[in-house]
Each structure stands twice: as C-alpha cells, then as structure tokens.
Design a protein. Structure first.
Ligand code: ADP
Ligand code: GLC
Length: 488
C-alpha cells in the first residue's frame, strides 16, 4: 500500500508527547511490513537537519491559500532504522519558531500554520509523483487534509481512489478558529460555514470536527477511549458528531516500538536486564539515587514511584498532590518526576523537592534519556489521569518491569490489570474514581505487594511478559486502511 502519514510531530525529529512516538513507530512498522510509506511534517526549527541528514530537494511547491499562492520548499530524510522517507515542508515564516505550537495567544496564526501543512501534503505527493492509497492524518493540526481530500483533490486522478483516515489522539485539543480567517485561506469560503455545517461548531471553525466529519474512517488510540468518547463526560462537546460517525470509528490500541524501549538492549540505561536477570534492575535504581547524593545508609530499597508526564490537568496531578505530601512525610516512599507544563504544578513539585530532599527527585524539563532511566530505575510508575486516550508510559514501564499505578480511564483500562494476590495474575494497580482517597488506596495495595517478595517478583514477571508491540498496531491500521478503501 502507498501510505502518507501527515502529522505535526514525529520522533525523533520533533516531539512534545505520545503523538510523536506513535507516528514514528507507525512509519517504521509500515515500512517493515513492506508498505511504501512517506511521512510529511513541517520543517520545525527544533529539528536537527544536520544530524538527521536531511537534504533540500530542488522543488518549489505552490500552495493555494485562498486567493493567494504561497511557496514552500521540501527537505528529504529517512526515519531512523527504516527506509521510510520523511519530507519536511519548509516555510520559515510559519515553522521556524522556538516552540512547536506556542500558546494560542503567542501563535495567533496557528490556524494558518496547520492548514498550510494540510494542503501542502497534496503538493508534496505531486512533485514526488507519489500516488497514495491512504492519507493518514493525526490530530486536529492536520484535520483539514481530510476536507481537502474529499472536497478538492479527489477530483484529480492521482487522489481519486485515495482514502482518508483520521486518528484522534486527544479530543481535548480541537483547534477552534475564527471562521472569517479560516474559511478564506482554506479556500472553502464562508458559504460552507453555517450552523451545523461540517466546519462549524459553536459559531467557530472546529478542526477536530472537520477531521471527524470528512474522514472516511476515524480511529482513536485505544478501544476503551473509542467507547468513552461517545459519552458526554469524555466527548469534549463533540458527542453528537462522534455518534453521527459512530459506525466509522474504531479504537486501535497504540503500540510500543520495542527496538527503542527494551531493557535488554536500551543504550540509555546503565544496566541492561531481561526477565531472567531482573535482579539487575535494582542497580539502575541504586545508581540513580546515588547520583542524587544518597548512599547505602539511606535505605536505597525504599519503594520508588516515578512519573514521566506533561504537567497538565489531564494527567491527574490534582488528586495526588495531598497524598504525595502525606506519604513522603509519613511513609517510606520516594518519588521521582520528569515533567514540564503548567506553572502551578511545577511550583508544587518544587515544594516537594524542598521539603523532602532525600525522597523527592524533581526534574522539570524535557529529557528523553532521563525518561528511559526513570522507567528502568523506578519500582512503580504513576499515571493517575483524569482522562487518557491511550497513554504510552504505562506500556513502556511494563516492559521494564516497572509497575503501573493507574486510574481506570481510556487506554489505561486496556493495558493494565489489577494484581490479584490470590491468583497472582495482573500487571499493576488500578483505581476507578478520580479521587485522592481512591488513589491512596491503590498506593496502599501497591506498597503491600511490594512488601511481599513472592508477589512482588511474580508481578514484575507478569508485567514484563506483556506485549504491546507496534507491529500489532501497524497490522491493525492496515486493516482499517482496507476498510476505508472499500468506501472510496
Ligand atoms: P501524552 O501524549 O498525553 O503526553 P503519552 O503517555 O501517550 O502521553 O506519551 C508521552 C510521551 O512523552 C512518552 O514517550 C513520555 O516518555 C514522553 N514524555 C512526557 N514528558 C516528558 C518529559 N518531560 N521528558 C521526556 N519525555 C517525556
Ligand atoms: C495523546 C494522548 C495519549 C496518547 C497519545 C498518543 O497525547 O494524551 O493518551 O497515548 O496521544 O496517541
């Protein structure tokens, strides 16, 4: 199959979260399965052109933006360890900025930045003489690709049989914009913008809705999330649209690209280990604690709870704050955070760091290598999310024998099961209510299993046996693509 992946972030070139991991692993796996896949993304300032060996191609793309024509160049590179080509759309005025997305106040032309890329996709395909069977667009940034495909480009021979698939990674970001601007430079015109049209939601253009309505098929990143979003609580206001397209929506569980996330071979961790040599895992924890100034007299075996996360409301920090303070002060636990985001959360974690210098290790910022070390060093990983379309960190943790403590929401339900001390089955600790006491009760269960060597060893073995490979994910997507092609 000829596949175009169209996304705003793709690892290792540019990443703010799981979206980048997933677009990267899909590209690699489609290629490994023998498909002809290309990735199209913006040439962002943070992309290291030299180290990834990108070359500028000798094409000048013409992109129609309403009544004006704008220009772009393209750069060609390769997804590491694969043959999949990556094309960066160069338009410095849009993409050469310090942040990928900025805040809506900072980057008031995000609508234009996203729509430009969504349209450029077709022009890139044309100059490369690439005839896609499927265009796979990810999240609201690239949602307009589906509208362009259905409304304009299907009229062209090259795209006449091309299916459009839209993957929702996170419904809470929708891209809501001024219709007078967007309907103009997207070339649809205000005549297409009226109450209830596929572009309109609550009086503005809603890109997420555009993706949902114009795609041939829609996926979410876990089966459970695809059910949840049909209900008001999780639908972020798009319940009607999601139910209208309900028959075309399917959940495909995200996968893990194990060549990068595997304690057996991970070059970013100090001590590699396998399920058979799991006792070595401890060395990572000891090294980590010692690097923070602790020594043998500090009881290095105290349970260590890690968290690698964007610091936003989604991630459930509100229900763990009080309990973390309590447990760090009264019980024998340590806490290790890597995260960046909202200032109030940053301040709270810095307060913990100040109050418990030997038990709370707080790393504010973004650090890919440190994330690997945390998955290898921690005993537990916390994912207490308010909602979680899929979540990757709990799956990474499982592979490293690091036990997830999660709230039962979204993909966390599909990937973690409660450990049962009777049957000795299960891979983690799961709580239902978004409430601090439910979280604390799960933490108590975790501590009691940690204190029982027989259970603790079994639990880690169960965790490491889990298989959420991105190979399976890619195979599932190919089935979705075939399904989408039936319709075109
Ligand atoms: P989301 O996409 O909602 O942020 P996921 O769990 O799907 O959540 O993916 C998060 C990804 O981002 C994981 O690869 C995780 O390791 C990574 N990550 C999150 N915060 C950081 C950080 N501060 N430094 C390094 N990696 C991070
Ligand atoms: C989103 C979601 C996360 C998911 C990721 C990759 O950012 O918040 O749950 O794992 O996308 O699909």
């Amino acid at each position: 199959m000829n596949i175009i992946i169209n996304a705003f972030e793709v690892s290792p070139f540019a990443k703010t979260g799981g979206l980048a991991d997933v677009t990267y692993s899909l590209a690699s796996e489609f290629d490994a399965l023998g498909h002809n896949v290309i990735v199209i993304m913006p040439k962002l300032k943070s992309i290291n052109i030299a180290s990834h060996n990108f070359q500028k191609l000798d094409y000048k793309l013409e992109i129609q933006m309403g009544f004006s024509t704008e220009f772009a160049a393209i750069w060609e590179g390769v997804v590491p360890n694969s043959k999949a080509k990556v094309y960066l759309v160069e338009h410095d005025e849009y993409y050469s900025r310090d942040s990928i997305y900025g805040s809506p106040e900072e980057y008031m032309d995000n609508d234009r930045r996203f729509i430009f890329l969504s349209r450029a996709v077709f022009e890139v395909a044309k100059v490369l003489d690439f005839t896609p069977d499927v265009i796979h667009a990810h999240d609201y940034h690239t949602a307009f690709t589906l509208a362009f495909l259905k409304s304009f480009y299907r009229l062209e021979e090259r795209f006449s049989k091309c299916a459009g698939v839209f993957t929702i990674h996170n419904l809470s970001f929708q891209g809501k914009y001024n219709p007078y601007r967007v309907m103009d430079f997207s070339s649809f015109g205000m005549k297409e913008f009226y109450e209830g049209s596929w572009f309109e939601k609550d009086g503005v253009v809603n890109c997420m809705k555009v993706g949902i309505m114009f795609a041939d098929k829609i996926t979410t990143v876990s089966p459970n999330y695809s059910n949840e979003i049909r209900m008001a609580y999780y639908s972020e206001g798009l319940q009607n649209e999601l139910n209208e397209r309900g028959g075309d929506i399917i959940g495909v569980l995200n996968g893990v690209y194990y060549p990068d996330w595997n304690p057996t071979s991970d070059k970013l961790i100090a001590h590699n280990y396998t399920p058979d040599t799991i006792e070595i895992k401890k060395q990572n924890k000891y090294d980590f604690l010692k690097s923070y100034g602790l020594n043998e007299s500090d009881n290095l075996d105290m349970p260590l709870f890690g968290m690698v996360s964007r610091l936003t409301e989604q991630k459930g920090i509100d229900i763990i704050k009080e309990k973390l303070d309590y447990y760090l002060g009264n019980k024998n636990i340590r806490f290790l955070l890597l995260g960046s985001g909202q200032q109030d959360y940053v301040e709270f974690f810095n307060y913990l760091k100040w109050k418990y210098p030997k038990n709370a290790f707080i790393n504010i910022g973004y650090d890919e290598a440190l994330a690997h070390r945390i998955f290898a060093s921690s005993d537990f990983i916390m994912v207490p999310s308010r909602f979680e379309p899929c979540g990757l960190t709990q799956m990474y943790a499982l592979k490293y024998g690091t036990i997830p403590l999660v709230r039962a929401t979204g993909g966390l339900v599909d990937t973690v099961s409660e450990y049962n001390t009777e049957t000795m089955e299960g891979t983690g600790f799961v709580f239902n209510n978004f409430h601090k006491d439910d979280f604390a009760y799960a933490l108590e269960r975790a501590l009691s299993v940690y204190a029982s060597p027989k259970d603790w060893e079994k639990l880690k073995q169960n965790a490491m046996k889990e298989d959420f490979s991105s190979v399976r994910q890619a195979v599932d997507y190919i089935e979705v693509f075939k399904w989408a092609l039936e319709k075109t």
